[in-house]
Write a protein that binds this ligand. Structure first.
Ligand code: DC
Length: 234
């Protein structure tokens, strides 16, 4: 059953499919809250590194996840959300591909996912939520009003990631990124728990070669259509 009390838009898809950028624009335009669930997994991976917790120590990782001291602070112009981990701005450190890989590794642990579940659901507040991740539409918000699954070719996703990294001053090499992203896709989509996949009722959008503004426009038209159907019945 779709939950229409507080509208939720879920955006799932592999790394570089445009989820992060699209979510931020949508949340800003709609004036809704935003959940970047990948940043929670990345923050946990960084906290583990800083506390010398090994990435295969499931018990210690689950405890760390349950007590993770992380906050999201949108900047006044809403163009970026700062991530504050244990009092320190880690927004840039979180973006490295090494951090993404570590996040993908710990994301295979059921106790870690369970510990982060309530925390993700707590982002649901009026007037609405845009939730970005891998399992937003399948596990975290299965009754979301609107579900989007973004994809793009691996070459295009790696090029986007390359540009993002270079823009924030992180060194990157395109062939290495293609390999790392392909490995991460494989791990994320074949894990036993909450794998990366489109929900049965998701709108699948291939963003290869499509300008971001056009992706946003087509998602906004899906949102408006769904919201008008809800309003007609309330
Ligand atoms: O979206 P991202 O690149 O910031 O995510 C980093 C990793 O975190 C991703 O490779 C897998 C994991 N992740 C997850 O398992 N479930 C989510 N909802 C979000 C991210």
């Amino acid at each position: 059953m779709k939950n229409t009390t507080i509208p939720i838009v879920t955006l799932d898809g592999p790394g570089g499919s445009g989820k992060g950028t699209v979510s931020l624009i949508l949340a800003t335009q709609l004036g809704w809250h935003m959940l970047d669930s990948g940043a929670l997994y990345r923050g946990l991976a960084l906290a583990a590194h800083r506390h010398n917790v090994s990435l295969d120590n499931e018990t210690a990782l689950a405890t760390l996840a349950a007590h993770l001291d992380v906050q999201f602070k949108p900047l006044p112009d809403l163009s970026v959300t700062q991530v504050i981990l244990e009092g320190q701005d880690v927004s840039r450190a979180l973006r490295s591909e090494a951090c993404g890989t570590a996040a993908s590794q710990i994301a295979t642990i059921p106790a870690v996912r369970q510990a982060l579940l309530a925390r993700q659901r707590a982002f649901l507040n009026a007037p609405g939520l845009v939730a970005d991740g891998r399992d937003m539409g399948t596990v975290v918000f299965p009754s979301a009003l609107i579900k989007i699954f973004l994809t793009a070719s691996i070459e295009e996703r790696a090029k986007r990631r390359y540009k993002q990294l270079i823009n924030i001053g992180i060194d990157a090499k395109l062939p290495t990124l293609i390999t790392e992203i392909a490995e991460r896709d494989q791990r994320d989509s074949t894990r036993n728990i909450a794998p990366l996949m489109a929900a049965d009722d998701a709108n699948i959008i291939d963003t290869t070669g499509v300008f971001i503004d056009n992706v946003v426009a087509s998602i906004l038209s899906v949102i408006r259509k769904e919201l008008s159907v809800v309003n007609m019945h309330t």
